[in-house]
Design a protein around this ligand. Sequence first.
Ligand code: PGA
Length: 222
Amino acid sequence: MTNISHAQKLVVANWKSNFSWNEAQNWAQQFRGENQHQHTYVVCAPFPLLGALQNESFTLGVQDLSPFEAGAYTGAVSPTNLQGLGIKFAILGHSERRKYFQETSELVAKKVEIALAHDITPIVCVDRDQFSEQANTLGKASQQCFIAYEPIHAISTFGGQEDPLEVTLEAIEEIHSLFQPLGVLYGGSVSPENSLAYLQNEHIAGVLVGGSSLKPEVFAQL
Ligand code: PGA
């Protein structure tokens, strides 16, 4: 397993479908004034808000991507549409995409291919029952992805039942053996109270944060 120093950890905000343009700008303004840790902060914002978050201290990401290159795909957002917006990461295959939008591991693998072709680093989300199928569909592409371990029962809006750290670390070890990723993130009810346990662990490359990313003063404490 790769060991990652504390300073390089990724702290990724998943805003989901929250915030208006003005709220996004207010969040960014307030975040600038907070005392931040030495992490790489990434904000994965809804597509229409990306323009409101330019030239900030954090890195920008998206929460989904078209599985197709630009063209006749009504409603889909392709990497061409994102050019010039400074997008470095894409969360792909989040459990809410899998549950509410019927995304399969095959579809996620196609999105990964498109993202990689455009220098966007995928953060592929998996729960335990998706490990082997997602590893198979990704193949060698997983070497260029971060994998986010997100047990669905731990996600705040699906119950927020966090596992003991040993159980999470076992799952993360299994991911390292199946995927050979750039690193493994943990997601599910991450808060200022528990983030240190994850971020100080040498086998965890960072955290993916939903609820606790909506308040800049809370997000900056992670
Ligand atoms: P949560 O969400 O931090 O609110 O549990 C995490 C996620 O859905 O990525």
